[in-house]
Design a protein around this ligand. Sequence first.
Ligand code: DGL
Length: 274
Amino acid sequence: MFEQNKKIGVFDSGVGGLSVLKQFLKYLPFEKYIYLGDTARVPYGNRSPETIKRYAKECTDFLVSKDVKLIVVACHTVSSVALDVVEQNSNVPVVGMIKPATKSALLLSKNKKIGVIGTRATINSNAYQDALIKSSEKGDVEVFARDCPLFVPLVEEGFINHPATKLIAREYLSDFPNFNIDTLILGCTHYPLLSKVISEILPDVELIDSGEQAAIYALRLLAEKNLLVGEKDVISQKPDVEFYLTDYTSNFSDIAQTFLGFKTENVSFVSLSN
Ligand code: DGL
């Protein structure tokens, strides 16, 4: 098979990566995708780096066995803690969440005061913070980071615009107005769904959707490497995604619909560890 016609592999700890897949379907609608959600072991965000690395290796091996042309690490926790594991265990380009988002934040921010929110493992790893400081031209950026662990279960409960979510968001984000940030990176798959709630609390702050930035980055990367699917090979514009889950949770299709905006078909099960 021609390299261009191979699929793009996307993996996440669970359903959250569907917010990233949604952006890829928007910017790269003609590509074919394999989505792997490790729903049996989600969440990764409260786990140790050693465990996250082990899980990342198993997800990578699965996508490599599917002969994909690009691996998208949709999970910010894996992107923060174990991107090197994915790179070392695959022979195709790898796109994580950190680099595209930090580059875009540095371009957008005028006062160079940038906030980052994510899971505990993501924030504790300092991956976003270090990338911002390393990529800033004059080292003049100030970064304010905060973990928001309750956002993930709230979104999965469908509490998107719910008073409980607003209350918790106000608590988590209470320090940001004092820091005078003008840009905030949504450093977790679930947070773009809370953009409206976050913007109500921080109305003058520009929000960066890392998944969207990753999709734009991947589009450029595939074009540079001559790996974009050829137009002549495009038959339909309908999203072409094979879904693989490690556990079929009863609410998967409802949550998937919330994240993606369409019903998921083509769902199979896979066991990663044996
Ligand atoms: N997908 C994870 C992330 O983006 C959030 C859910 C989890 O903790 O596994 O960090």
